[in-house]
Design a protein around this ligand. Structure first.
Ligand code: NCD
Length: 336
């Protein structure tokens, strides 16, 4: 049974383990198309409304790419100032209008709860591409998919995982969604490393302990972490009350080869939702780790396409029809 058919995807709270496994099984099937071993036209004629009212590179483009790889077309609206929202139109009205032009909508907006609000007016499924500091469910799914693959490589499973989340855990929506999702598994150890003022919201820490997981809080990278995953984040300066406030925290938690070697195990997988802030005063994930095979950041971005393809296929009910609509790939495609 496909529980995603015609449904909005607004929060990771919607998922249980079976749902996640279903998404990941469909994502595995998408490798073939992402690697250009074949094309599928299963969504030919369908339109994705891709609405991004906050800066975005990989989320916006990977939603579009995922839809294109399934044969569908993409209509984009970017920037609040270039949409009718700037004329005072409500999210509800915009949703009524744009859902008339689309088969599915992906949306990012700076306000918490905005995508859920929008979804109330939508006649087609809406997928949350990030609503303020609240949630980023598709990022959490691609992060979890990556964690699963990386752990499989090391002969491990998600149950029993030890994850260190580092940096801005207050405003970072990716860590909010990922931490909630990981609560569904067994015996997870969470180590949160952040300045006191940028700690994980209490509600999420309560959720972790209520599920019986272990929680360890640190305000600096000190000691040895036997973490399977080190998940680094960017200081979300756009969500701070002022730039001065953000400047105080920028660059506090850097990860470079020396820090990694001193505090983490040689097999700890390095993740980051990206973009990493590479400016000198931040440099939270140094280029000197670029050659480290445990650096999974671009495997995450590649996996994002697979997971978003899976979500589209499930929401539109074509998850078993891709092969029926296959055609060959005539062009030379680089093996990436
Ligand atoms: C993240 C986001 O927008 O929340 N980026 C992303 O979607 N991959 C993280 C960030 O901007 O720091």
């Amino acid at each position: 049974m496909n529980q995603f058919l015609g449904q909005h995807i607004l929060s990771v709270k919607q998922f249980d383990i079976d749902a996640i496994n279903q998404i990941f099984d469909v994502a595995d099937k998408m490798q073939r198309y992402a690697k250009r071993q074949a094309r599928t036209r299963v969504l030919e004629g369908a339109i994705l409304g891709n609405l991004f009212f906050e800066p975005s590179t990989r989320t916006r483009v990977s939603f579009g790419t995922a839809f294109n790889l399934l044969g569908g077309s993409v209509r984009e609206t970017t920037g609040l100032s270039s949409s009718a929202l700037a004329k005072g139109e409500s999210l509800y009205d915009t949703a009524r209008v744009l859902s008339g032009y689309s088969d599915v909508i992906a949306m990012r907006h700076p306000e918490i709860g905005s995508v859920a609000e929008f979804a109330k007016g939508s006649r087609v499924p809406c997928i949350n591409g990030g609503d303020g500091a609240n949630e980023h469910p598709t990022q959490a799914l691609l992060d979890l998919y990556t964690i699963k693959k990386e752990l499989q490589f090391h002969g491990k499973s998600i149950d029993g995982l030890h994850i260190a989340m580092v940096g801005d855990l207050k405003y970072g929506r990716t860590v909010h969604s990922l931490a909630k999702l990981l609560c569904l598994y067994k015996n997870v150890r969470f180590t949160f490393i952040s300045p006191p003022e940028l700690g994980m919201p209490q509600e999420i820490m309560d959720m972790i302990t209520n599920h019986g997981h272990q929680l360890n809080l640190q305000h600096s990278i000190e000691g040895q972490f036997d973490a399977d995953i080190c998940y680094q984040t960017r200081v979300q300066e756009e969500r701070f009350p002022s730039k001065d406030e953000a400047d105080k925290d920028r660059g506090k938690f850097r990860l470079n080869n020396a820090i990694y070697t001193q505090h983490f195990e040689s097999k700890t997988v390095i993740m980051h939702p990206l973009p990493r802030d590479s400016r000198a005063d931040a440099n939270e994930l140094d280029n000197d780790l670029n050659r480290n095979p445990n650096r999974a950041i671009f495997r995450q971005t590649d996996n994002g396409v697979l997971v978003r393809m899976a979500l589209f296929a499930l929401a539109l009910g074509v998850e078993n029809l891709m092969e029926e609509y296959e055609t060959p790939v005539p062009w030379h495609y680089a093996d990436k």
